[in-house]
Design a protein. Structure first.
Lengths: 585, 76
């Protein structure tokens, strides 16, 4: 590709030749990994589940990295700038309890039933109708999300680097298509682990140097307080406290209270995402044995707790340190749609999501800047690879293998998987260009995706823990939960005043609305599942062996020392999690 | 890792860190001798030298430790 395609106007950072060498080396390395792993993706287990031979460390880091895309990094750094340290809830209570729950409670069932996917578990537990509903919605939404992420990232690359939007989409999607189609899940996992190291290597300097400049944590808090007071922002202290302002909706910049955070985020959305979203669960299914499968989410949780250091802290540092280079006045970031409009660009405005690249450009010279940008590109590509590999698995096993060709051979499944990877990338590109024509599609699809997660968690949880749950109960619970979520969202769209019923407060921001909507639709899913199950005929116990708590003999782990036991490390992670919440209370 | 898969994921990680660290360290040393016209904030701390050096050594260790060969350990 001719570098003349790269536009060099209006960009936030300027890359030197050494930066470009680092970026080109990354692309060469991931393609080399894909080519190298091609010979190891011959069977369906190889292609879709990486041969089920990943160690706990590899599966755990990939499990975390699948969620650590660059939009996630830049988006949550931007949210930290907008909402303050409250954004860290999405990394702590919004992740750690759910990851430990997956490891200790749910993983044994996923592992023992040898399912290839989460919809595959629903088939075994509740029958074909639940699997079909779940797999079609997941496959459809996954490729759409992949395209939306592709478009959003291309926009960011244009704003940050001045790159041509078509150039960004073409190069990244072709690279992902090649390495996933060649090496399957193993290739995706290898690149996710590589991305994990690149992200830490590229982003860790920002908080270190930022804290040096701000005068440590206490200096940072003092500067934020001073800057926000200067801008007449109400309750500026709320930007540096996790829990103490959550007693009332009006006391914090997010417009949420502790009920929404604890029950909406921690108990439903996080549990739903980390335990039933196949995009992340697929990485743990690739673990080589039960102990590794249980340890993997715990390792992921330990690192997840540290991610706020490279994501939330740069957002807070932006609040404290960013100033106009010419005037020395405070630099105030604005919403992305305002900043990236023609008027916003003419005024030189910056969006919330640009805080991480802004901080990167502040401290990182040639070389370091290239590494930071490479980390962002790697995050984007591995996020896309995760979507595409999960799509090809669910399509091949739960749609093609279940509805189209039930007797498909192993070889034809691998072939279908490779073609699906290319198809998934092609649909993603199509979605990206569709979004380019109509931005509102992006908002709708992102909302739609969230509709399925909370009810799915209700269905899977009851399926694993309550043997009386019946196939009809599972299907109608999932359907009612999803439909009620869509209904509540549409209600608020039609009548914005309805937010006082859905989110219990007229001042609830988008994140707060998502929390409460998830909570209600999960409760509806559970209620409908229970009621329908109680009036329909349950499956005989013999058919539930290996699928339900109480009817499944959990295999004894090999006799290992305390330091090798998952439960020991889960307790350590839980203790650190509690301490962190107390420190930043 | 299956037959034919003698290269560990950790070797690729090491290679990436080794090359990137080397490039950053080299740039840092060059800037130490020829200071840039428009330095970044806190450039006096020479982060590219010590951070590039750390990545270089980390990568070198991983490349050496996980280099392809008859090592029997279970390495993904």
């Amino acid at each position: 590709m001719n570098l003349a395609l790269i536009l060099l106007v209006n960009q936030l950072v300027h890359l030197s030749s050494v930066d470009l060498v680092i970026i080109v080396f990354y692309f060469a390395l991931v393609l080399a990994i894909g080519l190298y792993l091609r010979e190891q993706a011959n069977t369906s287990d190889d292609f879709f589940l990486a041969g089920r031979e990943m160690t706990a460390w590899v599966a755990g880091l990939a499990f975390l990295s699948a969620n650590l895309g660059s939009l996630e990094l830049m988006g949550w750094a931007g949210n930290a700038y907008k909402y303050g340290i409250l954004a860290a809830h999405w990394y702590w209570i919004g992740a750690i309890p759910a990851m430990l729950f997956l490891a200790l409670v749910m993983m044994p069932f996923y592992h023992i039933c040898r399912t290839h996917s989460v919809p595959g578990y629903l088939k075994l537990r509740f029958g074909e109708s639940s699997r079909t509903l779940s797999s079609i919605s997941f496959a459809f939404m996954t490729v759409l999300m992949s395209g939306i992420n592709m478009y959003a990232m291309a926009v960011v690359m244009r704003v940050v680097l001045g790159w041509n939007i078509h150039f960004s989409i073409l190069v990244s999607s072709v690279t992902v298509a090649i390495y996933v189609a060649l090496g399957g899940l193993r290739s995706a996992i290898f690149n996710e682990v590589l991305q994990f190291f690149l992200i830490w290597a590229g982003a860790l300097l920002i908080p270190i140097l930022g804290l040096v400049e701000a005068g440590g944590w206490s200096g940072l808090k003092a500067r934020i307080l001073q800057n926000l007071t200067e801008q007449h922002i109400a309750n500026p202290g709320a930007y540096t406290h996790l829990w103490s302002t959550l007693g009332d909706f009006g006391n914090n910049p997010m417009g949420i209270n502790w009920v929404g955070i604890v029950f909406g985020l921690g108990a439903v959305i996080a549990m739903g995402y980390w335990t039933t979203d196949f995009l992340v669960v697929q990485r743990v299914l690739a673990a080589k044995d039960l102990r590794s499968a249980k340890l993997a989410p715990i390792i992921g949780a330990a690192f997840k707790m540290m991610v706020p250091f490279i994501v939330i802290l740069p957002g807070l540092l932006g609040l404290a340190l960013l100033r106009e280079p010419n005037t020395g006045h405070l630099l105030r970031l604005v919403p992305g749609d305002v900043a990236w409009s023609n008027a916003g660009q003419a005024q030189g405005l910056h969006g919330y999501d640009e805080v991480l690249p802004l901080m990167l450009a502040r401290y990182c010279g040639p070389g370091l800047l290239g590494l930071g940008i490479t980390a962002l590109i790697a995050g984007f590509m591995s996020g896309m690879a995760g979507n595409v590999s999960a799509f090809s698995t669910v399509w091949t096993y739960d749609i093609y293998g279940a509805l189209i060709d039930k007797n498909a051979s192993d070889e034809s499944k691998v072939r279908m998987g490779r073609w699906c990877t290319l198809l998934g990338v092609a649909v993603s590109i199509g979605t990206a260009y569709l979004v380019m024509q109509s931005q509102s599609i992006m908002d709708y699809v992102q909302q739609l995706f969230s509709f399925f997660i909370a009810p799915l968690f209700g269905t899977v949880l009851l399926g694993m823990l309550w043997k009386r749950a019946t196939p009809a109960g599972g299907f109608w619970g999932l359907f009612a939960g999803t439909a009620s979520s869509v209904g509540m969202w549409a209600w608020v769209k039609v009548d914005p005043q309805a937010v006082k019923y859905v989110a219990l407060s007229l001042g609830a921001q988008d994140q707060a609305q998502n929390m409460f909507r998830a909570l209600w639709c999960w409760l509806i899913c559970v209620l409908v599942t229970v009621v329908v199950s109680l009036v329909t005929k349950p499956k005989p116990d013999a058919e539930l062996t290996g699928l339900v708590y109480g009817l499944t003999a959990i295999p004894q782990e090999e006799r290992v020392s305390l330091l090798h036991r998952p439960v020991f490390w889960a307790v350590i992670v839980a203790i650190v999690f509690v301490i962190l919440n107390i420190i930043f209370w | 890792m299956k037959s034919g898969g003698s290269l560990s994921i950790w070797f690729f990680i090491g290679l990436s860190m080794f090359v990137n660290g080397g490039l950053i360290l080299g740039t840092g040393l060059f800037e130490f001798v020829h200071p840039p016209e428009h330095p970044v904030v806190l450039s006096q701390l020479h982060a590219n030298i010590w951070w590039g050096g750390f990545l270089f050594l980390f990568g070198a260790f991983y490349c050496f430790h996980f280099a392809p060969g008859p090592r029997p350990a279970n390495k993904n």
